[in-house]
Design a protein around this ligand. Structure first.
Ligand SMILES: *Cc1c(COP(=O)(O)O)cnc(C)c1O
Length: 390
C-alpha cells in the first residue's frame, strides 16, 4: 500500500484544505516532484549534497554507558552531527534542489524558532537562489541568534506583525506570497505538515534517516531493532526514521511529544492531548478548544512548540502502528543532562524528550534494542537550559 493516495490522504488524514488560489501552486509542485523523483540527475546531485556537504551517512552509535545505566541496548542515530546541526538540512537541501530543477529564482520559507529558516537559508545560498523567510515579530525577539544567522547567510527576514506574531501567521504570510509570486517562487515548507503534497515530499527527503539506520543496525547486530524512538513536533525526523521500517510490524514505533508544563498546563502534544481537525491545510490531530479554536502550544523545545502534527502520524495513531507519549519540560531537561553526562553528547531540547522517554521504556523493555533519533545538537539551546536550571 503506497500512501498517501492520489488526493494526499493517509487513511482519513491529510488532503488539501486550501483556498482555490493555491490549487495551481500545489498542482505545479506535485507534477514537478513526480518528475524529479524519477530523474537520475536529480537523485545523483541530491546524494552528492547529502554526503559531501551535509555529512551523510551519519553514524549509528552504540551508547554503551547509557545502555548499561538503563538496561537497554541504545543505538543513537546521530543527526546532530549534520552540517547546521540537525536533520532539517536533509529536507532543505532536497527541496532547494527541487526548486532549482523547477527553474525557480526565489525561495520563501516560514520559521518559528528559526531553525528551519537557517536550514533553508543555508540550502538556498549554496544553490545560488535568493531566499526570504517569514518570521513572527515575537519570535524574532526571542530568537536573535538564528535571526542573525539567517542574515549572515544572505536571507531577507520579513517580520510578521499580525495575530500572535508567531509561526502560525508566518505560515499564512508565506502562502500568501507564494500565490502572488508562484511563477518565480518556491515555498520550502519545514516539516511533514501542510496541504498535499508537502507531507509526502518532506517525508521522502527525510527517509534517508531510516534507510541508513536499517542498514547500520543490520550490520551492527544482524537483526532489526525492537523499538524506534523519536521526538515529534511536526513529525519529520520521526517519520524519516519510522517509514522505512513500516512493513516490519515487530519493530515498534514510539513518537515522543512535548507535554510542556504537564498536568493540564499548556503543552504541544497534539496526538496525545488533541483531537482530529483541520489546521494549516490538512486534516490531522490538533490542539483545539471545543469550538475548534486552535490552542496556544508550549514546549521548552522551540522546535516542538507547535499545536499541529503531520497527517501520517495521525494515521499511524489511528491504525495503532505507532504509539505516542508525552514528556514534560522538566523531564526533557533530565533527558538533556542524562545524555550529556553518560555519553558526552549534548542534545537539542527536542530529542532530549525522546532521551528521557528511554527511562520509562526501560521499565518494561529490559534488554531490548532501541534506535533513538538524535535529531539535533544542543548548542542552540544552552541559554534556555541555563535559564530553566536556575
Ligand atoms: C525542528 C526540530 C524538531 C521538530 O521537527 P520535526 O518535524 O518533528 O522533526 C526536532 N528536533 C530538532 C533538533 C529540530 O530542530
Amino acid at each position: 500500500m503506497l500512501l498517501p493516495n492520489k488526493k494526499g490522504y493517509f487513511g482519513e488524514f491529510g488532503g488539501k484544505f486550501i483556498p482555490e488560489t493555491l490549487f495551481f501552486c500545489l498542482k505545479e509542485l506535485d507534477d514537478a516532484y513526480r518528475q524529479i523523483k524519477k530523474d537520475k540527475k536529480f537523485k545523483k546531485e541530491f546524494k552528492l549534497l547529502l554526503s559531501h556537504y551535509a555529512g551523510r551517512p551519519t553514524p549509528l552509535y552504540y551508547a554503551r554507558s547509557l545502555s548499561d545505566h538503563l538496561g537497554l541496548k541504545v543505538y543513537i542515530k546521530r543527526e546532530d552531527l549534520l552540517h547546521s546541526g540537525a536533520h532539517k538540512i536533509n529536507n532543505a537541501l532536497g527541496q532547494a534542489l527541487l526548486a532549482k530543477f523547477m527553474g525557480k529564482k526565489r525561495i520563501i520559507a516560514e520559521t518559528g524558532a528559526g531553525q528551519h529558516g537557517v536550514a533553508t537559508a543555508t540550502a538556498a545560498t549554496l544553490l545560488g537562489i535568493k531566499c526570504e523567510v517569514y518570521m513572527g515579530r515575537e519570535d524574532m525577539e526571542r530568537q536573535k541568534a538564528n535571526l542573525f544567522r539567517m542574515k549572515i547567510l544572505g536571507a531577507k527576514v520579513n517580520p510578521v506583525t499580525i495575530g500572535t506574531k508567531t509561526l502560525k501567521e508566518a505560515c499564512s504570510q508565506a502562502f500568501r506570497d507564494w500565490v502572488a509570486n508562484v511563477s518565480d517562487t518556491y515555498y520550502l515548507l519545514g516539516s511533514v505538515v501542510g496541504p498535499h503534497p508537502y507531507p509526502k515530499i518532506v517525508r521522502d527527503f527525510q527517509t534517508i534517516i531510516g534507510k541508513e539506520a536499517k542498514r547500520q543496525i543490520l550490520s551492527a547486530q544482524g537483526k532489526l531493532p525492537d523499538y524506534l524512538v523519536a521526538c515529534v513536533g511536526g513529525g519529520s525526523n520521526a517519520i524519516g526514521l519510522f517509514h522505512p521500517f513500516y512493513k516490519y510490524s515487530k519493530v515498534k514505533f514510539i513518537g515522543v511529544e512535548a507535554a510542556g508544563f504537564g498536568q493540564g498546563g499548556l503543552s504541544a502534544a497534539s496526538l496525545v492531548k488533541g483531537s482530529p481537525g483541520v489546521f494549516q491545510g490538512s486534516k490531522s490531530y490538533v490542539l483545539q478548544e471545543k469550538n475548534g479554536q486552535i490552542k496556544n502550544a508550549h514546549s521548552i523545545a522551540p522546535g516542538l512548540d507547535y499545536p499541529g502534527v503531520g497527517p501520517e502520524h495521525s494515521f499511524y495513531k489511528a491504525i495503532q502502528r505507532a504509539e505516542y507519549e508525552a514528556v514534560s519540560d522538566k523531564q526533557a531537561l533530565e533527558g538533556f543532562n542524562m545524555l550529556s553526562r553518560f555519553e558526552g553528547i549534548i542534545p537539542a531540547l527536542e530529542p532530549a524528550h525522546a532521551v528521557y522517554y528511554l527511562k520509562k521504556l526501560a521499565k518494561s523493555a529490559k534488554g531490548k534494542t532501541v534506535i533513538l533519533c538524535l535529531s539535533g545538537r544542543g548548542d542552540k539551546d544552552l541559554d534556555i537550559v541555563r535559564k530553566y536550571s536556575k
